[in-house]
Design a protein around this ligand. Structure first.
Ligand code: BTN
Length: 242
């Protein structure tokens, strides 16, 4: 028996919304998993298509503001490890926590914190057997597409939770940061970061729990939220778009 109680639903608006509600009622160490979401939510107020065949789940964890960034970096590390259990392709983390394979996104993570109640909800969506919709074909892929066969998504969830739990039992922020950087596709890249109020171009010289460290034309900047676009490294300008 693992640490987490699993609540399996056929269909829900969003497992994050449902888990958040349960967390406010005092539930901890639960995993809400749904076969379909009718209003799946992505980062930065985007929609997360959640058709049947994908794995959509949200974990409720006790957390304060110090633990939040650590758990946020831990989740994609565990997801990369999980996917490598089923596929020997190159999986990596695009900052902050997208999982990429073959230059396309296979998994996204939406984490939400409630400081007053001391919890976080870690929402994870993986394209497993679901058909990738036409409009995101260029940027998204699924495990089925990558490997050419179907997978048991509840088995994948079980593997993820086992790996995740083993890290939680011995939480080491230094180690997690190190592993995050080892799996990062963004470190050392030239990027454009689109924050809610501006765009920043720069070279990613480091990644920390405070954000990514960018060398821009003018200065060294730490950016904590935003969307990251990797740019082509071409001479003379490193900033040609990808
Ligand atoms: C992103 O890449 O923008 C994050 C996507 C997160 C999607 C997951 S699916 C399970 C959970 N419930 C949601 O509504 N969103 C997350």
């Amino acid at each position: 028996m693992g640490r987490f109680e699993i609540i399996h639903l056929n269909r829900i608006d969003s497992t994050n919304t449902y888990a958040y509600k349960l967390a406010k009622e005092g539930k901890r160490d639960i995993v809400v998993v749904a076969d379909e979401q009718t209003s799946g939510r992505g980062r930065l107020n985007r929609v997360w298509f959640s058709d049947f065949g994908g794995l959509y789940f949200s974990i409720v964890l006790e957390s304060d503001v110090d633990k939040f960034p650590v758990l946020n970096f831990l989740a994609p590390i565990c997801m990369v490890k999980t996917l490598k259990n089923y596929s020997n392709k190159n999986y990596g983390i695009k900052w902050p926590n997208d999982i990429i394979v073959n230059n396309k996104k296979i998994c996204g993570i939406l984490s939400e914190i409630n400081v007053e109640y001391g919890f976080m909800v870690l929402g994870i969506g993986i394209n497993v057997n679901n058909k990738i919709r036409e409009e995101i074909r260029d940027i998204a892929t699924s495990l089925k597409e990558v490997e050419g066969k179907e997978f048991d998504k509840m088995e994948i969830l079980k593997t993820f939770l086992e790996i995740f739990e083993s890290y939680l039992n011995n939480l080491s922020p230094e180690n997690i940061l190190k592993e995050y950087k080892e799996n990062s596709l963004t470190l050392n890249e030239y990027v454009k970061i689109i924050t809610p109020n501006r765009e920043i171009f720069g070279h990613v010289v480091d990644i920390t729990y405070e954000g990514i460290v960018l060398q821009t034309d003018e200065k060294l900047e730490i950016v904590d939220v935003g969307d990251c676009i990797h740019l082509r490294k071409v001479f003379p300008s490193p900033y040609g778009s990808n």
